[in-house]
Ligand binder design. Structure first.
Ligand code: IMP
Length: 211
């Protein structure tokens, strides 16, 4: 039986966008979210070899430092024809200036070098790993993905990161062409389409009181 989250939860992120998204998702469940940034907590080095372990490293570090349950996520895009790259290095491929046009161009160049022009050679998926860690060492972990195809040139200006080149299966518009509610929104308002929305639904099922 999974452990339930009650009361205060540290969101182990220094990213204001992720914090706002989590606050919105948690508020209906009566959870008060405080961020690692607000508590002055440092950012641990992400030394894991997969999304799950990096989410765990961030959640455990925050739970130990704050002596409160802590939530962390790790995510990225996995391109089949590139042997899974950029994967856990998705943020790093954009460099210190967070230039995702450059990161998408790099993916496209590598796909072209491999002759990956047909849609079935351009399969990719986003992954979201979520971890809640408690100060006593207990952890709850979930992971979800959304599958799709990479298009070129990128389409749409909504979203962030690799959204404009990702066409989710069963849709005709890229994540960059979708409203946020369509991409991330949870049922009944949205489709629960993104990797993060899907992972959150799984986490809510096991760790949160029903709304
Ligand atoms: P994280 O902060 O280490 O989880 O970095 C995740 C990186 O993966 C982001 O900087 C984006 O580059 C990419 N990424 C994760 N989720 C998405 C998404 O929903 N759309 C576009 N890019 C994403």
């Amino acid at each position: 039986m999974a452990r339930r989250i009650t009361g205060k939860l540290v969101i182990a992120t220094h990213n204001p966008g992720k914090l706002a998204e989590m606050r919105e998702l948690l508020a209906p469940h009566g959870i008060e979210a405080v961020s690692a940034g607000e508590l002055g907590l440092g950012e641990p080095e992400e030394t894991g070899h997969d999304f799950r372990s990096n989410a765990g490293i961030k959640a455990v570090a925050a739970a130990q430092a704050a002596k409160l349950p802590a939530f962390a996520d790790d995510s990225g895009i996995v391109v089949d024809a590139l042997d899974g790259a950029p994967g856990i290095f998705s943020a790093r491929w954009a460099g210190p200036t967070k230039d995702f046009t450059a990161a998408m161009t790099r993916i496209e160049r590598l796909l072209q070098e491999r002759g990956a022009t047909a849609p079935d050679r351009r399969r990719a998926h986003f992954v979201s790993a979520l971890c809640v860690a408690w100060p006593d060492g207990h952890r709850e972990e979930v992971e979800a993905r959304v599958d799709g195809t990479l298009v070129w040139p990128p389409r749409g200006t909504a979203g962030f990161g690799y959204d404009p080149m990702f066409l989710p299966d069963g849709h005709t518009r890229t994540f960059g062409e979708m409203e946020s509610i369509e991409k991330h929104g949870l049922p009944p308002l949205g489709l629960g389409l993104s990797h993060r929305a899907r992972a959150f639904v799984k986490l809510a099922e096991i760790c949160l009181e029903p709304r």
